[in-house]
Design a protein around this ligand. Structure first.
Ligand code: KE4
Length: 421
């Protein structure tokens, strides 16, 4: 039985100071019926908690950790950059270098801007799309999560779904009246909204691979369908690649599936673990953004020298070592197979992203995902922790494999999966 006394004591103190004792809801372990572990350090594929327990980590900070924790080259570059100052509030060469790297990897982002979180990136992209089109309505998909901006907290995924608040309190109805909800992988639900609102729809935002209801892959042709229908109505197609960007390959989901959006949002990996996210797309859309255009968006720490240093170092390693993606896919495939062989779960996997749903049916949409047995998931989560494996504390999140996960880690994880009864 894990000894987690220090985590428990820290949690009691934290709970007096922060809602749920955490700075982000999913970390609270609420849906798995436990109090959270407080992490002291991380290196490679391992987390170490405050009680000295170590775990093979498949949360990877919800995606940024594709190279593993505390990658020596990234840390060294960040350490050196810190000596030159943490933030200037002025343009730097690093922002130019990072923007060039991003555009080389994601050519559809003809112009882009750095912000501090995926939420900010999505919020800004939608504002730019509305400013560019002069339209008000947007389409999102039930179970997809695009951060916690008011207008997007409608039928949201991730911890909003886990915690049962897909439509948050505190968001006036007037803030979501222009947010239209479609069903992921359901063409008719999209067609119906366009037939009714067509020319009023500024943007359609989608996770090209849904990863906030658990991992749900786009059905054959679904992304192409979205590309065609948005083009037909003059609607801006936004790929929210905060998770899939640099995860499915150096070009993200748009390269993996061969579908080019008008705008893209990036986060997580692009900042190498530092608070950095990006939105961008067609030049004529981005030129609507201040100071060039009338769409206002700003940020004190946007593109700061430490975050851009971590982003540049991370992307450079990924660009110089494309073999990383082949290895990631292989390792994730071994895990996916082990889950399938239990006969207890339905597994979705693409690249180094996977989810094991505690349901018998194949999960290809939101309705399928929510049939999962979350109590069984909670028991599985506890079993994996006892085996020294740290998976997402929620059925409706993804499992991430990093370049630091060794075959020994994978084999140990397979044993843990098989021993769950
Ligand atoms: P952030 O504001 O958390 O940096 O990004 C929001 C966001 C936007 N788009 C997608 C597709 C996302 O997955 C996210 C955030 N992902 C969650 C995990 N599923 C972050 C974890 C958390 O909320 O603590």
């Amino acid at each position: 039985m894990l000894q987690t006394e220090r985590s428990k004591r820290l949690y009691q103190k934290a709970a007096e100071l922060m809602p749920g004792g955490v700075n982000s809801p999913v970390r609270a372990f609420g849906s798995v019926g436990r109090t959270p572990l407080f992490i002291k350090s991380a290196e490679g594929s391992r987390l170490t908690d405050e009680d000295g327990n170590t775990y093979i980590d498949y949360v990877c900070s919800w995606g940024p950790g594709i190279l593993g924790h505390a990658h020596p080259e990234v840390v060294e570059k960040v350490r050196a950059a810190a000596l030159d100052g943490l933030t200037y509030g002025a343009p730097t060469e690093k922002e130019v270098v990072l923007a060039e790297l991003i555009r080389r990897c994601v050519p559809s982002m003809e112009k882009l801007r750095c912000v501090n979180s995926g939420t900010e990136a999505v919020m800004s992209a939608i504002r730019a799309a509305r400013g560019y089109t002069g339209r008000e309505k947007i389409i999102k998909f039930r179970g997809c999560y695009h951060g916690h901006a008011d207008g997007l907290l409608a039928a949201a995924g991730s911890a909003a779904l886990t915690g049962g608040v897909p439509d948050s309190a505190g968001v006036p109805a007037s803030y979501t009246e222009h947010t239209l909800i479609a069903a992921y992988n359901d063409r008719e639900s999209v067609e119906a909204l366009f037939e009714k609102y067509g020319e009023q729809i500024a943007a359609l935002i989608v996770e090209p691979v849904a990863a906030n209801m658990g991992v749900v892959l786009p059905k054959e042709g679904f992304l192409t369908f979205l590309r065609d229908i948005t083009k037909r109505y003059g609607t801006v197609l936004i790929f929210d690649e905060v998770i899939t960007g640099f995860r499915l390959g150096i070009g993200g989901a748009q390269a993996y599936y061969g579908v080019t959006p008008d705008m893209t949002t990036l986060g997580k990996i692009v900042g190498g673990g530092m608070p950095l996210a990006v939105y961008g797309g067609k030049k004529e859309i981005m030129d609507c953004v201040a100071p060039l255009g009338r769409v206002y968006q700003a940020g004190t720490l946007s593109g700061n020298p430490i975050a851009t240093t971590a982003g540049i170092a991370t992307l450079t390693i990924l660009m110089e070592h494309p073999e990383i993606y082949t290895e990631l896919e292989e390792k994730a495939g071994i895990l996916a197979q082990a889950y399938r062989e239990t006969g207890r779960v339905s597994v979705n996997q693409v690249g180094s992203l996977l989810s094991a749903f505690f349901t018998k049916e194949a999960v290809c949409d939101y309705d399928g995902a929510v049939t999962s047995d979350t109590a069984a998931y909670a028991a599985y989560f506890g079993h994996m922790l006892e085996c020294g494996v740290y998976v997402a504390p929620s059925q409706f999140e993804a499992m991430f494999v990093s370049a630091a996960h060794s075959m020994e880690d994978i084999e140990k994880t397979v044993e843990a999966v098989k021993s769950f009864t």
